[in-house]
Design a protein around this ligand. Structure first.
Ligand code: SAM
Length: 248
């Protein structure tokens, strides 16, 4: 099983892990499922057995051809270069054991779409821990706040390097993300501005970290302790800051 490093190819070979992912997804007939990076089809072959409408996106032409030969609907190319809105015109569930180098940009492209029902991804454990971290946790940062604004992330289980061939250097984890229908009412660029500004100076107090955007009295009026550190503010507190900078 040759693996192309540049495409982040670590193929899942542990069938117990494959089964746990399929059970977590539990596809049903008539659902549209989009699999990103199917590789040799470790997950794909199981997904097809549920009678769902399965479409896959694979960058490696040789792997794509092998899947096409099995009558799988393959889009050959880089997922980051596809117009995903055109591929997901109806309710779509997204699944993938992702190449880790593209996972963060891909997640934010998927968050921007309207029709995603849910997402199940194998990612680096470290990224899953950041996506799911709560305020005050050492993994809590910009990625946690921006992802939790977009979706409800849930860490399902960890996967050891020995489950893959070749084995990656890091521990992996499977995450479920359900897009929020109750997104806080704030303009995304304003939230991004506040959160990025705060976390570029995460060791300072929020009073100092946000001094270019909000003064101390405004923070107090928003019911935020100006002596807190950026990694202890909740999403809701960042939303309040973002709404205030939008008003000024
Ligand atoms: N799903 C398979 C499995 O579990 O064994 C393969 C997982 S492997 C970690 C990642 C897969 O994504 C590879 O098949 C790789 O060729 C593909 N891939 C890498 N970069 C991609 C991209 N930008 N767009 C689409 N597929 C990509």
């Amino acid at each position: 099983m040759g693996a192309r490093k540049r495409f982040g190819q670590n193929f899942l070979t542990d069938q117990r892990v494959v089964q746990r992912i399929i059970t977590a997804v539990s596809p049903s007939t008539d659902q549209h499922i989009l699999e990103i990076g199917p590789g040799h089809g470790a997950l794909t072959s199981h997904l097809t057995s549920f009678g769902c409408h399965l479409q896959v996106i694979e960058i490696d032409r040789d792997l794509a051809q092998a899947l096409q030969a099995k009558n799988i609907d393959v889009i050959v190319g880089d997922v980051l270069k596809q117009d995903l809105a055109v591929i997901t015109t109806g309710p779509t569930r997204v699944v993938g054991n992702l190449p880790y180098n593209i996972s963060t940009p891909l997640l934010f492209r998927l968050f921007a779409l309207d029709n995603i029902v849910d997402m199940h991804f194998m990612l680096q454990k470290e990224v899953v821990d950041r996506l799911t971290a709560s305020p005050g946790n050492r993994d809590y940062g910009r990625l946690s706040v921006m992802a939790q604004y977009q979706c409800r992330p849930e860490k399902l289980f960890e996967v050891s390097p020995s489950a893959f061939t070749p084995s990656p250097k890091v521990i992996s984890a499977v995450i479920r993300m359900i897009p929020r229908s109750d997104k806080p009412d704030v303009a995304l660029p304003d939230l991004e501005k506040v959160v990025t500004t705060a976390f570029t100076q995460r060791r300072k107090t929020i009073r100092n970290a946000l001094s270019s955007l909000l003064d101390e009295n405004t923070l107090v009026s928003l019911n935020i302790d100006p002596g807190q550190r950026p990694d202890t503010l909740s999403l809701d507190e960042y939303v309040r800051c973002a709404k205030t900078i939008a008003e000024h």
